[in-house]
Design a protein. Structure first.
Length: 614
């Protein structure tokens, strides 16, 4: 019989297992276990394929160990394929389920070659006979046992891969960097430090700051660790994602989690997790320091667990410690629920609690502060949106008012121009009317003198009389223009093609402009007929061309005369001296020059009668 004395993979203590063949039996394999183990060790708890040991008893060193044997049927003989895949598969199945203390050296007993070396794993027993037992790192109701057992296997494998390099000061588990911290430094000692920092009389402020800091930090760490393990385990079900949290809690030294059977782990508003944290590092730190407290102290435990579950169920959760060993309660018990339901769940728990809390129960205000921040942010966003809307309305109103003011100013300007021109016209009309009456007598008498005197052509008086009559007639023509401007005179309006009239004036205009000034015509075709007084049109064009030529100066330049037609809306945009009375297609004439131009003040008076800058 061979005896193997390895270390237990879970406890680290010596474990004595012996196995060998039963005397007198060559066809059956017997596995025996010595009862001299110094601790109670249940191999089936972690899937040991070698059997179950009885509870330990003190064994005399002079007495050989008592062996309890159980018969195991021999493996069914199967021919191994040439590829060796069947044997390899069976070996991997058994090796994967064996405890960590079993060496992973592959070896099989081959007829004629003797038994495998000591301490090697054989593939004689199928892995499917190994049953998954309840997890040791967490206590859960029976319906959740398998889920948490699988989580324990994954987390155990994660923390089994450890690498610590003293030279570089690094500690890694499965490639992730870890930092070891003392528990009291994150609990009672931090509270003392903050109380000293705040000074006397401000203990409540210091404690509130410490609670906020620890809860917020633990909540964030719990969410981050949960996301890490969810990705590693490739989990999508919320309960399966939750399962790694309590196991991780135990492996990292926070506490042993005991989930109450009354818990409701269904996602939604009905979610309620009732659980204990046995050996909470925070409660143990306060008890070890001999400090008495009136409020629960397992703040990081509540924050971390709620952060993990929040990431698992993808919904806001908050945990409140209702019982705490640090203040004399029987356990460190927590109730976790959505923020909107936590008060109701706490009241429901208090009604059915076997041991009411020794003090008050407070809900961590982490989410309350978050909700307040979100509410403030929402209010701010709403206010900013209303301000933007109001600003847009004010801007639109301002633009409309600005446009209206501009239009009103333009209308007032046009009205003033119209009134000024009307006043000038009335004045000119009155003067022209009286002056025309005077000229009528002058012209009439001049004609009578011509007839009565019948002066010879060579008579100097005849020339003077002709000059007098010519000046009087020119004055009469001017008065007629003034009367026409004032609307009191008679005008000869006839349909006219503007392009044709300008073309007819081309030679005359060329003869009137200086040689250094070039006259160019850009005349439209098929223009609508315009009702104009041809003589007045010719006079206007001639005056504009001569003014443009004078503006070019001695260096010379170019004067253009353009004609065309366009649709005109009297209520649309446009700078009208006298806007048209109706909309329609109108003909236009335009005179441009390369001279120095006119300023705004001059431009506003360009059509005033008798106005000139010369």
């Amino acid at each position: 019989m061979r005896r193997i004395v390895p270390a237990c993979d879970l406890t680290g203590r010596p474990c004595v297992c012996a196995r060998g063949s039963a005397p007198g039996s060559a066809s059956r394999r017997t596995t025996a276990f010595a009862r001299d183990s110094p601790h109670q060790h249940n191999h089936d708890l972690h899937g040991c394929p070698w059997g179950v040991a009885d509870p330990p008893k003190k064994v005399s060193e002079t007495r050989p160990p008592r062996l309890y044997a159980r018969s195991v049927p021999p493996p069914r003989a199967r021919p191994e394929p040439a590829s060796g895949r069947l044997a390899s598969s069976r070996y991997r199945e058994t090796a994967a389920s064996a405890p960590s203390w079993v060496p992973r050296t592959r070896s099989r007993s081959v007829p004629g070659r003797g038994p495998p070396p000591r301490g090697t794993l054989t593939a004689l027993r199928p892995a499917r006979t190994i049953a998954r037992m309840a997890p040791r790192s967490v206590s859960v109701p029976d319906p959740l046992r398998d889920i948490f057992s699988r989580a324990e296997e994954t987390v155990a494998a994660y923390f089994a891969e450890r690498r610590q390099e003293i030279e570089s000061g690094t500690l890694e588990h499965s490639g992730s960097r870890y930092v070891l911290l003392r528990g009291p430094a994150l609990s009672v000692e931090l509270f003392d430090l903050m109380r000293d920092f705040y000074g006397e009389g401000r203990q409540r402020e210091a404690d509130a700051f410490s609670r906020h800091l620890l809860y917020d930090l633990a909540h964030a760490v719990g969410r981050s660790d949960a996301r890490n393990f969810h990705a590693r385990m490739r989990l999508g079900d919320p309960v399966e994602r939750l399962s790694a949290g309590p196991v991780h809690f135990a492996f990292t030294g926070w506490a042993h989690v005991r989930i109450d059977a009354r818990s409701v782990t269904e996602p939604g508003d009905a979610f309620c997790l009732i659980y204990d944290h046995d050996h909470s590092f925070e409660a143990d730190a306060w008890l070890a320091a001999g400090r008495s407290v009136d409020e629960p102290v397992c703040i990081m435990n509540a924050g971390y667990s709620s952060g993990w579950c929040e990431a698992s169920f993808d919904t806001p959760l908050v945990a409140a410690e209702v019982l705490c060993r640090a203040r004399g309660d029987e356990a460190c018990r927590f109730v976790m629920a959505p923020p909107a339901r936590i008060e109701a769940q706490l009241a429901r728990w208090a009604e059915g609690a076997d041991a009411p809390p020794s003090g008050s129960v407070s809900v961590p205000d982490f989410l309350a502060r978050k909700r307040l921040e979100e509410e403030l942010r929402r209010k701010r966003d709403e206010l900013e949106e209303r301000v933007r809307e109001r600003t847009a309305e004010l801007e639109a109103t301002y633009e409309a008012l600005k446009q209206e003011t501009q239009e009103r100013a333009e209308a007032e300007s046009r009205l003033m121009k119209s009134q000024r021109l009307e006043a000038i016209g009335r004045l000119a009309g009155g003067i022209a009317h009286d002056f025309n009456n005077l000229l009528t007598g002058v012209i009439g008498n001049a004609h009578l003198l011509q007839v009565e005197l019948n002066l010879a052509v060579t008579n100097p008086a005849r020339a003077s009389l002709d000059a007098l009559l010519s000046a009087a007639e020119r004055a009469a023509a001017l008065t007629q223009q003034l009367l026409a401007y004032s609307g009191k005179g008679s005008r000869s309006l006839e349909p006219t093609d503007l392009s044709h009239e300008v073309q007819q004036m081309g030679e005359l205009l060329n003869s009137l402009t200086p040689k250094k000034v070039e006259l160019r015509l850009d005349l439209g075709v098929e223009l609508p007929q315009a009702l104009v007084d041809v003589s007045q049109l010719q006079q206007v064009v001639m005056n504009l061309v001569l003014n443009g030529a004078d503006a070019c100066g001695e260096e010379g330049g170019t004067v253009w005369i353009r004609t065309g037609a366009e649709f005109v809306d009297p209520f649309g945009s446009g700078n009208w001296i006298l806007p048209p009375s109706h909309e329609g297609r109108f003909a236009w004439i335009e005179v441009l020059d390369t001279g120095q131009g006119m300023d705004a003040a001059t431009l506003t008076r360009v059509f005033d009668p008798f106005f000139t800058t010369k």
